[in-house]
Design a protein around this ligand. Structure first.
Ligand code: SAH
Length: 394
C-alpha cells in the first residue's frame, strides 16, 4: 500500500476538510508512489485521514479525493462527475444559457479538473497529476453524463509545469470543435474561440455579473475596460445601451468583440473598439474630459504570488481611481478582481481608498462574485477567487 504519513500535529487542516497537503507537512512516503497514484493519508499516530492523489513535483504534495477510506477507481470518478453534472441540471432546465461549467475542481471533489460545456462541446483543463492520471475515465464519464459532440483539451497552462506536466491541447473524444462555437447566455449570443481563447474560451464565471450590467445598461454610455471578446459590453448592447466603448490590449479579442456585437444587433456603429492599455486610455479620457454612465473594470489577475500583492493592490487602486473620475453623477461602476490572493476585505479597502482619493461618495448596490456553476468548497476558501463591487456614485 502507498501511504503518506504527516508530521506530528499537521493533520489539523485535513480534519477541517481542506484537501491540500503541502510538502512541508509530510513526514514519510511509503510504497514509492508515482505522480497521480492514490495514496492513503495518515496522521502521525497512524489514524487514516483519507485518500489522495500524490504529486511528487508539486509543493502541494497530496490532494485529497475523500476524507474516508474509499477505493479511488472508475466507479468513484464516475460518481463524482455524475454528481457535478447533475448539480448543473438547472442550466439545461432553464434553457437560457448553453455555456456553463460542469466541473469546478476542488469544489466538485475532483482537484485539478475544469470541464466547461459550450453548446455541443466540452472543453477541459487537467491541472494536476491526479486529474491527469484519471483522464481517460474522466473523459468517458463526461460523455456519459453530459452527452456531447466532442471533448477538447486546453491543458496549455503554466500551472502544469509545477506538477511536472507538459502543456497539452487537442481532441480527447468525438469531433474537433469548430474554430468558433456560438453560445447563448441569458439571451446574448457570443462566438467563443475554444481553440485559442483565454482559459477554456470564455469567462463563464462573469455570467451573473454580465446579466446585472444588462439590467441597468438601457440608455447608458458604457465603458467596458478589459473587454476581452466583448462580454459585458455586448450584454449592454443587447439591452439598448446608448453607446459601448470596449478597451483591450488584444487586437484579436477586440475583433471577436466586434463580431459578437454584430451577432446581436445591427447597430454596431454605437460601439467603439479601442486597442490600448487601459491605464493609458483612462488617462486620455480624463484629459479629454470624457465621461460615462457606467464603467466595467474586469482586469486580468494582477497578483499571482504573495510578493506581488501590494504592487497589484496599487494597480487596482489606480484603475479604480481613474474610472471613478470618469463617472457622471449617478453613474455606475462594476469593478472586479480575479486574483485569489486579493481577499474581499483587501479589495474593499483598495476600492474605498480610490473613492477617498477621487473625493466622491459611492454606495455599494451589490457585492459580486463568480457564478454558481463555479462553486467554492465551504472548507476551501481558495475556491473564491472572483470578487467585485457594483457601486453608484452619488
Ligand atoms: N470582461 C471580460 C474578461 C476580461 S479578461 C469578459 O467578460 O469576457 C482580461 C482582459 O484584459 C484580456 O482580454 C486582456 O487582453 C486584457 N488586458 C490585460 N491587461 C490589459 C491592459 N493593461 N490594458 C488593456 N487590456 C488589458
Amino acid at each position: 500500500m502507498k501511504v503518506v504519513t504527516l508530521q506530528n500535529k499537521r493533520e489539523y487542516s485535513i480534519l477541517r476538510r481542506h484537501p491540500w497537503i503541502f510538502s512541508g507537512a509530510v513526514a514519510t512516503v511509503e510504497g514509492d508512489p508515482c505522480a497521480g497514484d492514490t495514496v492513503q493519508v495518515k496522521a502521525a499516530d497512524g489514524t487514516l485521514l483519507g485518500m489522495g492523489a500524490y504529486s511528487p513535483e508539486s509543493q502541494i504534495r497530496v490532494r485529497l479525493w475523500t476524507f474516508e477510506a474509499s477505493e479511488i477507481d472508475t466507479t468513484f470518478i464516475n460518481s463524482r462527475i455524475a454528481q457535478a453534472i447533475s448539480g448543473r441540471s438547472i442550466f439545461l432546465a432553464e434553457g437560457a444559457t448553453n455555456a456553463f461549467r460542469l466541473v469546478n475542481a476542488e469544489a466538485d471533489g475532483i482537484p485539478g479538473l475544469i470541464a466547461d460545456r459550450y453548446g455541443e462541446w466540452i472543453v477541459c483543463q487537467f491541472t494536476t497529476a491526479g486529474a491527469e492520471r484519471w483522464k481517460k475515465e474522466i473523459v468517458e464519464a463526461l460523455q456519459r453524463y453530459s452527452p456531447c459532440k466532442g471533448v477538447y483539451e486546453r491543458s496549455d497552462l503554466d500551472v502544469r509545469t509545477r506538477e511536472g506536466l507538459p502543456p497539452l491541447m487537442g481532441v480527447l473524444a468525438g469531433e474537433a470543435p469548430p474554430e468558433r462555437i456560438e453560445i447563448v447566455e441569458n439571451g446574448t449570443r457570443y462566438y467563443v474561440d475554444v481553440l485559442q481563447g483565454h482559459k477554456t474560451g470564455f469567462y463563464l464565471d462573469q455570467r451573473d455579473n454580465r446579466a446585472m450590467v444588462k439590467r441597468y445598461a438601457n440608455g447608458l454610455d458604457v465603458l467596458n475596460a478589459f473587454s476581452y471578446t466583448g462580454g459585458f459590453g455586448v450584454a449592454a448592447v443587447t439591452s439598448a445601451a446608448a453607446s459601448v466603448t470596449h478597451v483591450d490590449l488584444s487586437e484579436p479579442s477586440l475583433a471577436l468583440a466586434r463580431e459578437n456585437t454584430a451577432l446581436n444587433t445591427c447597430h454596431v456603429e454605437e460601439s467603439t473598439f479601442i486597442c490600448g492599455n487601459v491605464f493609458e486610455v483612462l488617462r486620455s479620457f480624463r484629459d479629454a474630459a470624457k465621461t460615462f454612465d457606467m464603467i466595467i473594470l474586469d482586469p486580468p489577475k494582477f497578483a499571482d504570488s504573495k510578493g506581488s500583492l501590494m504592487k497589484a493592490a496599487r494597480g487596482y487602486k489606480d484603475i479604480n481611481l481613474l474610472a471613478m473620475k470618469l463617472l457622471r453623477p449617478g453613474g455606475l461602476l462594476a469593478t472586479f478582481s480575479c486574483s485569489g490572493l486579493m481577499t474581499s476585505d483587501l479589495f474593499d479597502k483598495v476600492v474605498s481608498d480610490a473613492a477617498v482619493d477621487a473625493k466622491r461618495d459611492f454606495q455599494v448596490l451589490k457585492r459580486l462574485q463568480q457564478a454558481e456553476d463555479h462553486p467554492e468548497g465551504l472548507c476551501f476558501p481558495e475556491g473564491l477567487y472572483l470578487k467585485g463591487l457594483f457601486c453608484r456614485v452619488m
